[in-house]
Design a binder for this molecule. Structure first.
Ligand code: C2E
Ligand code: CA
Ligand code: CA
Length: 293
């Protein structure tokens, strides 16, 4: 309970759990300290996973995915620290960092490579509780010099609309900045259809669990078909993530689901590897033009 009090003093999202013993709480406090330390020392960064135009196989943009690079442990994936960051409110700081980093990288790449690349950034439900969030995002986007329409924010569909008061108006404020929204993990929440209707999202990101089962499970294929129809009829663009095989890619191509992301194309990559990739993409384009001439 002492550790709880300590945590709760500084942060608003700690909930007392009876199952947590003193030992577990001690470990947790250490983990929180480590995470705070990592933020201060600049050990938090983001990797970028390319989004592909499946027709041309060009990179059209990225999703920024946070990473903790610990000098001793190495790379720590978000699954290991995002829940704690959300519980302690540290996700606000992490989220702002990722937004700033992604915007700055994107400006650099657009200038260096002359491509109109876009970037998606994940927003946590905890961040959406902050009514000042749109203003904060606007400041970060504008001071980076990126045009806001290249920045997309992903909201997971597992968020219950009723849990966050004024969520729809907050999301509208983000759209007013000029940024776009994606509904992430579509199909896994409880209120998919109501969600699409109410949320001003340009994109629907179909959840990996359905995409992975293409060619394996006809029911998941049927859900995909239905989702593709919903997106079309409601004038939303579809993004398929978790594309791992050529078979899956081609199935999606045939359904005109052309924005794709997944290990079949690229894994999330650090900034320097993204630059190598873009350098090659430019070189290929020049070769093609040269060839035609
Ligand atoms: P997500 O938003 O659904 O992100 C997609 C996850 O799927 C990423 O895992 C990505 O590396 C992984 N992935 C991409 N393509 C494939 C594929 O073909 N096959 C498989 N098996 N996996 C693939 P990652 O980077 O570990 O992120 C996990 C989750 O952590 C994210 O799920 C997101 O919910 C959260 N997250 C990541 N970065 C941030 C962030 O900056 N802020 C917040 N709030 N959450 C983040
Ligand atoms: Ca996402
Ligand atoms: Ca997702």
């Amino acid at each position: 309970a002492m550790y709880d009090a300590k945590l709760a003093g500084k942060n608003s999202y700690v909930v007392f759990k009876h199952s947590e013993t003193g030992q577990a709480l001690k470990q947790k406090t250490e983990m929180v300290d480590n995470l705070k330390n990592a933020i201060q020392k600049g050990h938090i960064t983001a990797f970028f996973q390319p989004k592909i135009n499946a027709l041309t196989e060009d990179i059209i943009g990225f999703e920024a995915l946070v990473r903790w690079v610990d000098p001793e442990i190495g790379l720590i994936n978000p699954g290991h620290f995002i829940p704690l960051a959300e519980e302690t409110g540290l996700i606000n700081e992490i989220g702002e960092f990722v937004t700033k980093y992604a915007c700055e990288m994107l400006v650099q790449w657009q200038k260096k490579f002359g491509l109109s690349l876009s970037c998606s950034i994940n927003l946590s439900a905890v961040q959406l509780l902050d009514s000042k969030l749109p203003e904060k995002l606007e400041n970060i986007v504008n001071s980076s010099g990126i045009h806001p329409h290249f920045i997309d924010f992903e909201i997971t569909e597992t968020i219950n609309l009723d849990d966050i008061p004024n969520l729809v108006s907050l999301l509208n404020e983000i759209v007013e900045i000029g940024c776009t929204l994606s509904i992430d993990d579509f199909g896994t929440g409880h209120s998919s259809l109501d969600y699409v209707k109410r949320i001003p999202a340009k994109y629907i990101k179909i959840d990996q669990s359905f995409v992975k089962n293409i060619g394996l499970n006809p029911e998941d294929e049927a859900i995909l078909d239905a989702t593709i129809n919903i997106a079309k009829r409601l004038n939303r663009e579809l993004v398929a993530e978790g594309v791992e095989t050529l078979e899956i890619k081609e199935w999606l191509d045939n359904k005109s689901c052309l924005i794709q992301q997944g290990y079949f194309f690229f894994r999330p990559l650090p900034q320097d590897q993204v630059e190598n990739l873009l350098t090659n993409q430019i070189a290929d384009t020049i070769n093609i033009i040269g060839h035609h001439n």
